[in-house]
Design a protein around this ligand. Structure first.
Ligand code: GUN
Length: 295
């Protein structure tokens, strides 16, 4: 048995860096043509630690490509009507190309109502039903950031996808469902036979073991173990979880939905956490914002 790992990393940092250089150059072209750089706003309701971290990284990423960004914080007690009012004012703001409302929202706010209120032309998260419909039909629109980022990560590493069996674990509106659509469309990356699995799937391991490309997006730390993965598979880990760890300065470490050290030796390619899908998600948001500004 050969213990030397032969897998390669799907490197989200490197892929992001390359894409961000292109985005920064195009941002300058937008400035030359329109007199201002692309502008993204992020709305954060409440004080959930993880959401704050994500939103702050999105704002920081804007700076890295020369975009303007605005962070709008509201208390957890904000009424749904107040948030709707804010969304409508952002829809009308001519200085703003796109905005996102970070999810999850506090329980008393209906997230679907908020998403529906966002102008699809400013919906750089790609969550509005009009953008979801455009994606399903293959029409122009904003793709949701995480699935679009994964597509770009596969493209950057020239991963072969046509004819492969792609298994997506998780059926969320944000990742699992759109991912399954993008991997099955007639495009590169795409042209996969796709299976989507979820919490009611029977004998999950029997399905995941058939995957040439496995995309776990279930939100359970280190759920996918070597037993569930086929030899030579490409594994794209969407999960990101903070695990308490007293040996780390931050007091926690980050892990994905995949038990990395266990699974990696079986893979041809695998994305790390952190440094895999995470940076790509943010880069996709920048790409969508650039597209909104170019319209
Ligand atoms: N929460 C987790 N992921 C996302 C995302 O991509 N966009 C927003 N708005 N909220 C999220």
């Amino acid at each position: 048995m050969n213990d030397v790992a032969t897998y390669q990393l799907l490197d989200g940092k490197r892929a992001s860096q390359a894409l961000r250089e292109r985005i920064a150059a195009e941002a300058l072209e937008v400035k030359a043509a329109r007199g201002r750089v692309p502008h993204l706003a992020a709305v954060l309701v409440g004080d959930d630690g993880a959401s704050r971290t994500y939103v702050e990284s999105k704002v920081k990423a804007c700076q890295s490509v020369g975009f303007r960004s605005t962070l709008i914080k509201r208390p957890a007690t904000t009424a749904e009507d107040e948030l709707l009012h804010l969304v409508r004012s952002l829809n009308k703001d001519k200085e703003l190309d796109g905005f996102i409302v970070q999810l999850p929202l506090p329980g008393h706010i209906n997230a679907d109502r908020i998403t529906l209120a966002i102008d699809p032309r400013k919906d750089v998260d790609g969550f509005h039903p009009e953008n979801v419909g455009n994606m399903v039909l293959g029409l122009p629109g904003f793709l949701p950031a995480t699935p679009a980022g994964i597509v770009e990560l596969l493209r950057f590493h020239h991963i072969e996808t046509a004819g492969k069996h792609c298994v997506v674990v998780g059926r969320s509106n944000i990742v699992g469902t759109p991912m399954s659509i993008l991997m099955s469309r007639n495009a590169y990356p795409g042209n996969c036979s796709v299976t989507i699995t979820h919490s009611r799937s029977k004998d999950l391991a029997a399905i995941t073991r058939q995957a040439d490309i496995l995309i776990p997006a279930i939100g359970r730390p280190e759920f996918i173990t070597a037993y569930m993965v086929k030899e030579g598979a490409v594994v794209v880990d969407v999960g990101i979880h903070r695990i308490p760890d007293a040996t780390r300065k931050a007091g926690f470490r980050l892990v994905g939905d995949v038990k990395f050290d266990d699974v990696a030796p079986k893979c041809s390619w695998i994305s790390p956490v952190p440094g895999g899908v995470g940076p790509m998600t943010i880069t996709s948001l920048l790409l969508n914002t650039l597209k909104a500004a170019q319209r």
